[in-house]
Design a binder for this molecule. Structure first.
Ligand code: DOR
Ligand code: ZN
Length: 358
């Protein structure tokens, strides 16, 4: 039987934009893209314009996404260089986690000072996790904080052999850490940069083939917990400009790329599905609602083309690749929200999976 049922797929690492960056993408457009990609829910990062770093901005974002989302969702709060820890207890009840940017990327949330990183680690409430952007040596710095404060910490978009080695050791030491890897780091490498140009630019950057092999090995060994897209839509005109921004979209390509990888023998089908659903649910401690699943035809293959994508940005770094797995239906809380062609749920259908809406 080619039709498989995946219960409660979640992408816990997306940049839905909206607000002052609605020209790139909106809560409405990207939650539709998420559903078309087979997802039940998406968690949105705080490096928006404006950044989600105080209660007022969080309340505003909660209101807007609650009004516009077609699928279920969660929001991250952003750790700020100017100390914004005072209301952490109250904030934590409304969000899926705290995001700390420890290396530079899109937005203005970089925290360079180790004293400030530590302040956030000390102040955050451990009932919600901390998700970190940390690359290379910075992974080591954050692990020191995890060792000291024992805050559950998810390492986003891990991309190099060096980072994998550090996190393998951290897991062996029993630290409360989890690891996410993105499809672009698994499938593309620096060798693709001449062809992709600005469309292959993201943070962390595409790495060597040897790093890619280390990521696949870590998946097979169970060091990597989840696959996350780091869906980061930018307009084509921006990518074509003299100063192209970092980031690539991924909501609609993550599942078929992983199903193709399973077919190619890179990992088992069960593991591919678990890394997109069960493992994410376990880390963020949420159970899917009954009748919340995607029906996927794993026999059907197709070529990724921009004309067929719902994301507002209208391009993909994976264009031209043949992938496997057509999403036939998506159901959320007993309602059919996708019929294989159209999103059926209205704006506002989506719910916050983490507490109340301001
Ligand atoms: O490539 C990236 N794009 N990496 C990030 O960390 C941020 C993201 C974005 O917001 O564009
Ligand atoms: Zn990101």
């Amino acid at each position: 039987m080619p039709l498989i049922k995946i219960h409660g797929m979640i992408d816990p690492h997306t940049h839905l934009r909206d607000l002052d960056w609605s020209h790139k993408a909106t809560f409405a457009s990207e939650t539709k893209a998420a559903i078309a990609g087979g997802f039940w829910a998406v968690f949105d990062m705080p490096n928006t314009a404006p950044s989600t770093i105080d209660q007022d901005r969080l309340s505003d974002k909660l209101k807007r996404i609650d009004r516009d989302a077609h699928c279920d969702w969660g929001l991250y709060f952003g750790a700020s260089q100017a100390d914004n820890t005072a209301e952490y207890e109250k904030i934590a009840r409304q969000v899926c986690g705290l995001k700390i940017y420890n290396n530079s990327t899109t937005g203005d949330l970089l925290i360079n000072s180790s004293a400030m990183r530590e302040r956030h680690y000390r102040a955050w409430t451990p009932n919600r996790l901390i998700a970190v952007h940390a690359e290379e040596e910075t992974v080591r710095n954050i692990l020191d904080l995890v060792r000291k404060y024992r805050q559950p910490t998810h390492f986003l978009h891990i991309s190099s052999e060096y980072e994998i080695n550090l996190l393998t050791q951290a897991k062996q030491d029993g630290l409360p850490v989890t690891v996410g890897v993105c499809p672009h780091h698994l499938i593309l490498s620096e060798d693709d940069l001449p062809t992709l140009g600005a469309y292959g630019l993201m943070k962390p950057e595409l790495k060597r083939k040897s790093d890619q092999r280390a990521l696949w090995r870590a998946i097979r060994l169970g060091i990597v917990d989840i696959i996350e897209s780091d869906h980061a839509p930018h307009a084509i005109a921006e990518k074509e400009s003299d100063a192209p921004p970092y980031g690539v979209p991924g909501l609609e390509t993550t599942l078929p790329l992983m199903l193709q990888a399973a077919k190619d023998g890179k990992l088992s089908l069960q593991k591919a599905c678990d890394m997109l659903s069960l493992n994410v649910q376990r880390i963020w401690r949420i159970a899917p609602f009954p009748k919340t699943y995607a029906l996927v035809d794993t026999d059907e293959t197709y070529v990724i083309e921009r004309e067929n994508l719902m994301t507002k940005c209208g391009w993909s770094p994976f264009e031209g690749m043949r992938v496997r797995g057509k999403v036939r239906e998506v159901w959320i809380r007993g309602t059919k929200v996708y019929d294989g062609e159209n999103v059926l749920s209205p704006a506002g259908f989506g719910r916050n999976l983490f507490g109340y809406v301001a």
